[in-house]
Ligand binder design. Structure first.
Ligand code: GLC
Length: 650
């Protein structure tokens, strides 16, 4: 059961796409509302209640015990006490006596105090008086999340190649750099489907350009790479460089497509290309125009993109002095180290005729860039595209995925990646992942191997790192054979993973879930945060500790334990309960639920070589359903599922 409560005159966010009945304010359940600025919604929590959700926020899967702020911000230091990240995902589920979910649909700042004082109170402070509150009442936490996914529309469906392994590094500058990455992977037999092109491919970091000295024939190069089963995935930043003569800039100014400052001229902010203007993504006409610009790339045969700097990130602005040093006058009492006042300095003209400062509608900016790009790519291409963004708001999940930004090469960040995945899934972002191996800092061989063994199960599996860090491509480390084994596991699992992702997306369900969602009656499963369900049949128990030779795994029911090594898969039946599992760095272990079967395929160096229908079946069940398509079609439906049955043993 879902109901909607409308306060004030909310801004259109496009988050919810289904009709939800509007109830009178007096019918609000679970929360008590206190008017004021901010307005506050409070509800009591019992000792044993769990609070799930909030997508891209720090800390565990159970959000209890801390305060989180939805205010999209570019901060590369992902400390445990960081209140907000790049996305605003204002949906949470309270798993108590009567499970319910709440979505605070407002693009302004929201503070979620999830029992931070330990006094059993959840309070949500909404800075804006204008908002829609959606209340979802379910039988279980999982049912509640599923009902929510039902009203926000189907997840973005990437092509099959986007489920391959991707390699990235800020610092690949030329065609030669990129080719070397391709060659080295192929030589070492490490599968690879795409290579990301960071800002250095552009002409002076200007969107929709290419540095022709570095990539003299991008179209020809992209075609040659595609023949090798490899795709190029360029970055696109939010700001358009101020440069008269550049057609995108000129048209944007002439047609009034950029955000304005107090004086009514285009707002100026410094990002990678120097001074830029920000497209007013909140307007339909501007989104159309921006989306059409991707023709520059699709004309050159490119089908995948990552959108960045779209919180938006601002290094300095026309009203703030240079640099990113803390400037308390320009700060925010909640996050004093942040220049949130920049966002009060520029304005959007909404389609409903209102003018709003970016600060008032801040959290929509990145999500609307994704909407613009996704809709543009959908017009430009007759097949599915890859798109993932740094900033996001619920609703953008229908047009692209996200990555979780500038993490670091630490074990803590690997753990955070594990916690993020189910929380993001609850908020619609099925296609997501982190910078595998870590962005900042230097990855060790051990960390990268363990991280890959986890990322093998996340839809976006991309190794990315920052300029000036240690090279982090798999072939740079001792014994690349071990990396080949772990990345190959991903490819051998793709018949299952791709199928389960597509089924989950088409059913508007979660792909990755907390253990407790599948075992709601199991008290122990409720407390476990480092084991996840992936698709209908698989449970994973990633290793996230340095030096660990194995770990303790809890099985809520008897399962098939599958070990993957260079020799392939080996299965043993495991009893319910706790067990200690040893997992060498060049192996991976996962579990198949009782009575389930999963399809796995043969090894491949890229998805183009995969035959999704040529599978072997693992597990104790009798049958399974596999979704199969050509990997590109836009005509996706559950009718494409085929049934496999286990042959009776001779
Ligand atoms: C931002 C992105 C990062 C990228 C860098 C350079 O920090 O989050 O992924 O490598 O910008 O474009």
């Amino acid at each position: 059961m879902i109901s909607q409560f409308v306060y004030g005159h909310p801004v259109e966010t496009y988050a919810v796409v289904e009709d939800v009945p509007v109830l009178g304010h007096e019918q609000l359940r679970h929360f008590t509302r206190k008017k004021g600025s901010p307005q506050a919604f409070s509800c009591p929590l019992r000792e044993e209640d769990i609070v799930y959700g909030l997508g891209e926020t720090m800390r565990g899967i159970n959000k209890r015990g801390y305060r989180y702020i939805s205010f999209n911000y570019d901060d590369p230091i992902h400390r445990d006490d960081m209140p907000s990240m790049y996305g605003a995902h204002n949906f949470l589920v309270v798993d108590g006596a009567e499970p319910f979910g709440a979505f605070f649909d407002t693009p302004a700042k929201v503070v979620f105090d999830v029992d931070s004082k330990g006094d059993g109170v959840l309070t949500v402070f909404c800075e804006s008086q204008d908002l829609r509150l959606y209340l979802v009442e379910g039988k279980t936490a999982y049912d509640t999340a599923r009902q929510f996914l039902g009203i926000i529309g189907r997840s973005f469906l990437p092509p099959l190649w986007a489920f391959g392994y991707g390699q990235s590094r800020w610092g690949y500058k030329t065609e030669r750099d990129v080719s070397r990455v391709a060659d080295k992977h192929r030589e070492a037999g490490i599968p690879l489907d795409y290579i990301c092109m960071d800002i250095d491919y552009m002409d002076r970091y200007i969107d929709f350009t290419v540095n022709e000295r570095r990539f003299p024939d991008l179209a020809g190069y992209a075609a040659r790479m595609k023949e090798r089963g490899l795709r190029l995935v360029p970055i696109v930043d939010a700001g358009i460089k101020i440069e008269p003569g550049n057609p995108v800039y000129d048209e944007g100014v002439q047609k009034g497509y950029f955000c304005l400052n107090h004086e009514g001229t285009c707002y100026r902010a410094e990002v990678w290309p120097g001074m830029t203007h920000f497209p007013d993504f909140l307007r339909e006409e501007v989104r159309q125009w921006f989306g059409d610009q991707y023709k520059f790339y699709t004309d050159r045969g490119l089908e995948g993109f990552w959108n960045d700097m779209n919180e938006p990130a601002i290094f300095s602005s026309e009203y703030r002095t240079q640099g990113t040093e803390p400037d308390l006058d320009h700060g925010d009492p909640d996050q004093p180290e942040r220049h949130t006042a920049d966002f009060k300095d520029f304005f959007h003209r909404l389609d409903d005729g209102r003018e709003k400062s970016n600060y008032e509608v801040h959290n929509l900016f990145g999500g609307m860039m994704t909407r613009a790009s996704g809709q543009g790519l959908d017009r430009l291409l007759d097949k599915r595209y890859l798109l993932f963004s740094r900033s996001s708001y619920i609703g953008a999940h229908r047009f692209g995925g996200i990555w979780t930004g500038d993490n670091a090469s630490t074990w803590e960040m690997l753990r955070q990646n594990v916690y993020h995945m189910p929380s993001l899934n609850m908020c619609g972002f099925l296609y997501s992942g982190a910078d595998t191996g870590g962005f900042g800092g230097n990855a060790t061989r051990e960390l990268l191997l363990r991280w890959l063994a986890f990322s093998a199960f996340t839809p976006l599996m991309r190794n990315h790192t920052c300029i000036h860090t240690r090279h982090q491509e798999c072939y740079r480390f001792r014994n690349p054979e071990d990396f080949k084994t772990i990345v190959s596991l991903r490819y051998r699992l793709l018949p299952y993973l791709y199928s389960e992702f597509m089924k989950a997306a088409l059913r508007q369900d979660m792909f990755i879930r907390p253990l407790a969602f599948d075992f709601p009656e199991d008290r122990k499963a409720r407390d476990i945060e480092d084991q996840l369900m992936v698709g209908e049949s698989v449970m994973i128990a990633p290793i996230v500790e340095q030096g660990a030779k194995g770990r303790i795994v809890y099985l809520p029911e008897p399962m098939t334990e599958v070990r993957y090594s260079r020799e392939g898969f080996s299965c043993t039946e495991a009893d319910a309960g706790e067990r200690t599992v040893m997992v060498p760095l060049n192996q991976a272990v996962f579990y198949i639920r009782r009575g389930k079967l999963i399809p796995v395929g043969g090894a491949a160096s890229c998805t183009a070589e995969l035959d999704l229908s040529d599978v072997e079946l693992l597990g104790s069940g009798d049958a399974c359903e596999q979704y199969i398509d050509d990997g590109f079609t836009k005509d996706c439906s559950l009718d494409r599922c085929v049934v496999h049955r286990k042959k009776a043993e001779a």
